[in-house]
Ligand binder design. Structure first.
Ligand code: ZN
Length: 499
């Protein structure tokens, strides 16, 4: 203990400052959840009531409701009655699968569509997947119709989602139209909501809606590499604009008996509801002012975006690319070993992650068909720590300052080629350059910014990838922060030159 104490004391304060700044950034920009609003408060303020929506989930998710089951039929009746009570005209479309299509009397197909799926898997009651989406769509439609039902507002409850997005496919084939879709989904039961897919020029409205759901262009890029689909995939392919929301934390409950109302966090319900109401007001406002959606014309969203203190920041990709290029010209070349060692760390850490995964697989619960291991958060943090620790160990071992250049070269290439993901690398690069040049306070500022940018990602990346992708999770910090490890060597060399 005394040795560690001596070591800590022997490091001057100025070397701890960047680390402190990084930690402060991480904590300050961590995702927050709102307090659920009661029915009474919502009535007087015109807000979304997370409590009322959660109560509706309890009414829906009493038993599994796979397509065609008696429970499913009972839930469809309940949903139809709720929609009619909001003055919607409701059609049941398809057989044996039945979509519920709700619009104002006489409305056309265009406009804003709130979409959720009415079926669940056989294995569980589907409180989050997708009772959450059904309840939030209903409650949000109620809030948005306080001053009368808009002919631009529609609700669609699809059937057969769990059997291959069947209801959404049938609907899109039947009803062409220029629309904005808010798809509401879940792959977990708690934590911050994620907006992980967007289509069309929709980010400006997202920013204006003050939606607090987590969102970044990085998550969208990662999602597109995963073999997952939601109903939104079908709408996007049909040319619709919109947003895909999901709960992703607590994935150990996904598609199991534990996807129950007790395990569904009412704060998450409130957060999703606030977003749907906020976005609903934005889009209905635009549509009612006569804004014509030119959907189908835009292939996708290529902006870079992320969240800072609950606000969404949208940047053009060229800005990130230009910043990355400015930085590379500020780096000094030193040793070719740097790149090799940096690249070598990747397979090594991947191997350690794979070993850890094999070890975790000894817990029988992990492989019983569940999506995630219970209590996985410490594992995510552990994987980050492992990746960072490994980076530091290798950096010490090489005793070469060229590391900085190698890592920075790869990082810059990534920020230029893939700015939607590479933006996360820039504060780290800035910190590395500042360190190198002896700009102490710039370095502290840059590490603070690095902490802010990574704050929402540490647990989210774990929840998105799940423990099953532990080797990838272990490699991520090396890619993101690898060049921050070897500062000691560089500093030692720097001191030799300028004592
Ligand atoms: Zn679902």
């Amino acid at each position: 203990m005394s040795t560690i104490g001596t070591m800590v004391r022997s490091v001057p304060l100025q070397r701890w400052l960047p680390i402190l700044a990084f930690g402060t950034g991480l904590l300050l920009n961590r995702p927050q959840l709102p307090t659920p609003v009661t029915e009474q408060d919502a009535e007087s303020t015109g807000q979304f009531s997370g409590i009322r929506a959660h109560q509706f989930v309890s009414r829906i998710a009493t038993a599994p409701r796979p397509s065609g089951s008696a429970q499913h039929a009972a839930v469809l009746d309940m949903l139809e009655a709720e929609l009619r009570s909001l003055s919607f005209q409701v059609e049941r479309e398809g057989s044996p699968l039945q979509n519920l299509v709700a619009s104002a009397p006489g409305a056309d197909n265009g406009g804003l569509w709130l979409v959720a799926h009415s079926d669940s898997v056989r294995a569980g009651p589907g409180a989050a997947d997708d009772g959450l989406g059904l309840a939030v769509a209903l409650e949000a439609a109620r809030v948005l119709s306080r001053e009368g039902l808009s002919p631009k507002l529609h609700v669609l409850f699809t059937d057969g989602e769990e059997r291959g997005l069947l209801g959404a496919r049938a609907f899109v084939a039947e009803h062409p139209g220029n629309r904005v879709v808010l798809n509401l989904e879940a792959r977990g039961t708690e934590g911050p909501v994620f907006m992980f897919q967007a289509a069309g020029p929709v980010l400006e409205s997202y920013e204006a809606s003050a939606c607090q759901a987590q969102s970044t262009s990085l998550a969208r890029a990662v999602y597109e590499l995963l073999p997952n689909d939601t109903d939104f995939t079908i709408f996007r392919a049909s040319g619709a604009w919109g947003y895909d929301f999901a709960l992703i934390h607590g994935a150990e409950n996904y598609h199991t008996v534990k996807d129950s109302p007790e395990n569904l966090d009412p704060r998450s319900v409130q957060q999703l509801g606030d977003c749907v109401v906020g976005l609903g007001r934005q889009w209905l406002g635009r549509l009612e002012e006569g804004d014509v959606l030119r959907t189908g014309s835009t292939s996708g969203v290529d902006s870079v975006w992320f969240q800072l203190f609950g606000r969404t920041l949208v940047l053009p990709p060229w800005l990130v690319q230009a910043l990355a290029l400015t930085m590379i010209f500020n780096l000094q070349r030193s040793s070719r070993w740097g790149l090799l060692v940096w690249l070598g760390a990747l397979p090594l850490c991947f191997g350690i992650g794979l070993g850890a995964l094999k070890l975790l697989a000894q817990f029988p619960v992990f492989y019983e068909g569940v999506a995630e291991m219970p209590g996985a958060e410490p594992i995510y943090v552990g994987a980050w720590a492992l990746g960072l620790g490994w980076t530091a160990v290798l950096a010490r071992g090489t005793r070469r300052s060229g590391w900085l250049f190698g890592g920075a070269l790869v990082a810059t290439a990534m920020a230029v080629a893939w700015p939607q993901v590479g933006y996360v690398l820039l504060p780290g690069l800035g910190a590395a350059i500042a360190e190198r040049r002896g700009w102490r306070w710039t370095q502290v500022g840059a590490t603070f910014l690095a902490g802010l940018i990574l704050g929402p990602l540490v647990l989210a990346l774990g929840a998105a990838l799940t423990t099953r992708m532990l080797p990838v999770l272990c490699v991520a910090p090396i890619i993101l922060l690898g060049w921050l490890g070897p500062m000691k060597n560089i500093e030692a060399k720097h001191r030799q030159v300028t004592p």
